[in-house]
Design a protein around this ligand. Structure first.
Ligand code: SF4
Ligand code: SF4
Ligand code: SF4
Length: 451
């Protein structure tokens, strides 16, 4: 069995935090976790865990590291939260260990909760360990940078307001070569759909905005995007444990949709953003559900196809498999909708084993991929089981409607030398949907201008 100290990875953010740690600060943070940050839920989990170890084989880190007991979900809790709750002596080096375990060796994917006979949610426990570390300034540097960006700009990628609108106008202009009448309507009051995306899209994945605009246009939808902060639905602050910033970011997002009086928020293909809007951030703000109805794009696309608003012109016959992003499958139950859309687009779908809510996590989520290059090797090694799952299917396309999964799976197939490409649903819908002639006819010569 390895130990976390033997696996230590040097991280500048953690080193800086470590230098400022004192025993008094640690004691204060322990008291905060014990007295005000947790309640009955944590107490019940702490007191009902039987140390049976049934959660161990559920965790991709454990399985992919040759069943090393140190990676078992219960062992991660035992090395961290159990010590906090038991009031054990915790020193600065221990807090470094806690941070490495909680931020980089657990994706908060909640697969283990499905195998625990008493339903203990270790994702919740590890997110509370992160909260403890955050209170002590012990956050991996790359992840912390995304949190600083959220706090300063209300988006994850330091995108300035004029860069955001420039990206949208640029994509609209590009799309006009194909669809002369297309618009990306900005700040349209009363629109049916407020469409939101994550920070990386305007930064380096603008083709996803292009595709979404084309799909909305062909489906004839009444939609808009805001020109002001609140457009980014992502939330790395949630994963840092900085719940105060998470709340501000989520409020900006809901406020933007409400200011424009939109009827619903449709979110792009992202898992963690959905968790933050639909499960965690909304509740932190005190909403029973969500202040504005939320639709993930899996469900959105399924409805468009089912209602005939977009028609699929042809199916591809390449072997395709499906990765089930945990935040929208275990977290929201969209597994059947994901398969409905996939089968509408592909004639040769081969399921991974296990699949649906029992599918393994991609090992990138929970903010782990955002911890950056220092942890890339441990992340890829921590998901050998996913590489084996994909390889067994023989698929050349892996559908993954989640940004983090997408990036993580690219590393996995590359690392395992699997000849497969990772695809969003939009990557297939856009080229395969019917584009009736009246959409592609040249625009009349009447000026133009933006809403
Ligand atoms: S990575 Fe997932 S399965 Fe492993 S301990 Fe964390 S929540 Fe559980
Ligand atoms: S399966 Fe549940 S009860 Fe058993 S060790 Fe894991 S968390 Fe504890
Ligand atoms: S990145 Fe995808 S599979 Fe991984 S934790 Fe997030 S939603 Fe789950």
């Amino acid at each position: 069995m390895s130990t976390i100290r033997e696996r230590r990875i040097t991280d500048q953010g953690l080193e800086i935090g470590l230098a400022a740690l004192t025993q008094d600060r640690i004691r204060e943070a322990v008291q905060a976790i014990r007295n005000s940050e947790t309640g009955a839920k944590m107490k019940v989990y702490h007191e009902t865990c039987m140390r049976c170890g049934m959660c161990a084989p559920a965790c991709h880190f454990y399985v992919s590291n040759d069943n090393d007991p140190s990676y078992a979900p219960v062992a991660k809790v035992h090395q961290t939260m159990t010590r906090i709750l038991n009031g054990e002596d915790i020193g600065p080096q221990d807090v470094y260990d806690f941070a490495q375990i909680a931020y980089t060796e657990c994706n908060l994917c909640r697969r283990c909760a499905f195998y625990c006979p008493v339903g203990i949610d270790i994702g919740y426990i590890m997110s509370t360990v992160r909260r403890f570390c955050y209170k002590l300034g012990m956050v991996p540097q790359y992840l912390n940078d995304t949190g600083n960006s959220h706090a300063s700009t209300m988006n994850q990628m330091w995108v300035k307001e004029d860069e955001w609108t420039d990206s949208l106008l640029w994509q609209e202009e590009e799309a006009r070569d194909e669809f002369p009448h297309i618009r990306i309507p900005l700040d349209k009051e009363g629109a049916d759909i407020f469409y939101s995306v994550i920070g990386p899209e305007p930064k380096f994945q603008t083709q996803l905005i292009y595709q979404a605009a084309c799909i909305m246009h062909v489906a004839g939808l009444d939609w808009t995007m805001p020109s002001f902060p609140g457009w980014d639905n992502s939330d790395m602050s949630m994963y840092i444990g900085d719940f105060e910033t998470m709340g501000r970011v989520k409020k900006a997002h809901f406020d933007a949709a409400q200011k424009l009086k939109c009827k619903r928020i449709v979110m792009g293909e992202c898992g963690h953003a959905f968790r933050s809007v639909h499960d965690v951030g909304n509740r932190w703000l005190g909403a029973k559900d969500s202040p504005v109805p939320i639709v993930h794009s899996i469900k959105f696309f399924a409805d468009l196809i089912r209602e005939g608003k977009i028609k699929i012109a042809y199916k591809i016959d390449d072997p395709v498999t499906i990765h089930d992003p945990c935040n929208v499958i275990r977290g929201r139950g969209l597994m059947d909708e994901l398969r409905y859309v996939t089968h509408a687009l592909c004639s040769n779908v081969i399921e991974m084993t296990p699949n649906r809510e029992y599918n393994y996590c991609c090992c990138a989520g929970g903010g782990v991929i955002n911890c950056g290059p220092p942890y890339k090797n441990s992340r890829v090694q921590g998901n050998r089981v996913k590489a084996e799952q994909i390889k067994r299917t023989g698929a050349t396309i892996v559908i993954s409607p989640c940004h983090n999964c997408h990036s993580g799976l690219e590393d996995i197939v590359h690392g395992a030398k699997i000849d497969a490409k990772i695809s969003f649903l939009g990557d297939l819908i856009y080229p395969q949907m019917e584009k009736p002639a009246h959409f592609t006819e040249p625009a009349p010569c009447n000026g133009g201008g933006h809403v």
